[in-house]
Design a protein around this ligand. Structure first.
Ligand SMILES: Nc1nc2c(ncn2[C@@H]2O[C@H](COP(=O)(O)OP(=O)(O)OP(=O)(O)O)[C@@H](O)[C@H]2O)c(=O)[nH]1
Ligand SMILES: [Mg+2]
Ligand SMILES: [Zn+2]
Length: 294
């Protein structure tokens, strides 16, 4: 008899995983080369009689799987069983709003909550106000915080309670710093998963941190680009709430809002009822999907 137990995957290293089993953490091997386990997975593990140590026996069905497209256009799994994507921006490095749009679109397409966190509020946020207003007007929740001064951290913690939230965004915006502010015990653990690259600490693997029994935060590596998987091409517009809302008024039912006549979306852009930059964001994502489609 092999005693099997369930656990949550805190991090996946390719060859093995770090599990949280009850109150303890343990390293566990994968049981086959094909087994693909990601941060947030619920797995069954055991000590098989023939093996050297514990190994993952099976993965429970996932509620969802967050993937990103790698340089070759393939979907790469990052984390599973998430409730919310928290997109982090900061005055420094200056925000890539197109990346923010793609993350938000990715969240909507997976039916996840989304939240925009403006970190490093201590550096001054004047330059970001107009873009923030664009998102607030579209009903995306936004919060301004500083992991350095602690401003807004208690409120952020309340917003994240009861859910599993994944922090995403550019490298250097302060995702790991936010985890450390929200969960002081995480500080020591963060160090082991970061690489000291020319004096900088940068996250290399998605890592799950429990806030309490019902809440967790996943710190993910910073990215330069992200796109929801290309299998969702047809649904690109669904990721843009204001475009999706207007599409019912387009002349053609299958309007792509690119060059079609009678397009209600393009009319709204000209009339400035849809932000030009958001529309450009949609077009870029659409073209990317066209390029990736076989
Ligand atoms: N001024 C200021 N600096 C901050 C704040 N939060 C983080 N930083 C700094 O920003 C830099 C990057 O922080 P990290 O937490 O490593 O950023 P990250 O998003 O995890 O970066 P990656 O792991 O590379 O994706 C560090 O030098 C932090 O000290 C803040 O609220 N204010
Ligand atoms: Mg980090
Ligand atoms: Zn249209």
């Amino acid at each position: 008899m092999v005693a099997e137990q369930t656990a949550t995957v805190l991090a996946s290293y390719g060859r093995g995983v770090l599990l949280q089993a009850g109150g303890a953490t343990l390293h566990c091997a994968l049981s086959g080369r094909k087994q693909r386990v990601v941060c947030g997975d619920r797995v069954h593990w055991a000590y098989p009689p023939s093996a050297d140590g514990p190994s993952v026996q099976s993965i429970e069905p996932r509620r969802n799987l967050i993937e990103r497209i790698d340089a070759r256009g393939r979907a790469e799994p990052v984390a599973a069983n998430i409730d919310r994507l928290a997109i982090v921006v900061a005055p420094e490095p200056s925000p890539d709003w197109f990346l923010v749009d793609r993350y938000w679109a990715g969240a909507m397409l997976k039916d996840l909550d989304a939240l925009l966190i403006l970190n490093k509020q201590d550096m001054g946020t004047e330059s970001l106000k107009s873009e923030l207003k664009t998102y607030r007007d579209l009903d995306l929740s936004c919060i301004e915080v500083s992991s350095q001064t602690g401003a807004g951290i208690a409120e952020l913690k309340r917003m994240l309670a009861g859910n599993v939230t994944m922090l995403v965004g550019q490298s250097g915006v302060g995702k790991s710093s936010l985890v450390n502010s929200l969960i002081p015990e995480a500080a020591a653990l963060t160090a082991e998963l970061t690489r000291d690259d020319e004096g900088r600490h940068t996250t290399t693997t998605a890592r799950w941190y429990s806030m309490d029994v019902a809440s967790a935060i996943i710190d993910a590596p910073g990215v330069r680009d992200f796109a929801p998987p290309a299998s969702l091409v047809r649904a690109a517009e669904r990721g843009f709430t204001e475009i999706h809302r207007l599409s019912v008024d387009c002349r053609f039912k299958d309007c792509r809002h690119m060059e079609e006549p009678g397009c209600a979306v393009r009319t709204a852009v000209v009339a400035e009822r849809i932000a030009q930059r958001r529309y450009e964001s949609y077009r870029r994502l659409f073209r990317l999907y066209e390029k990736l489609a076989p």
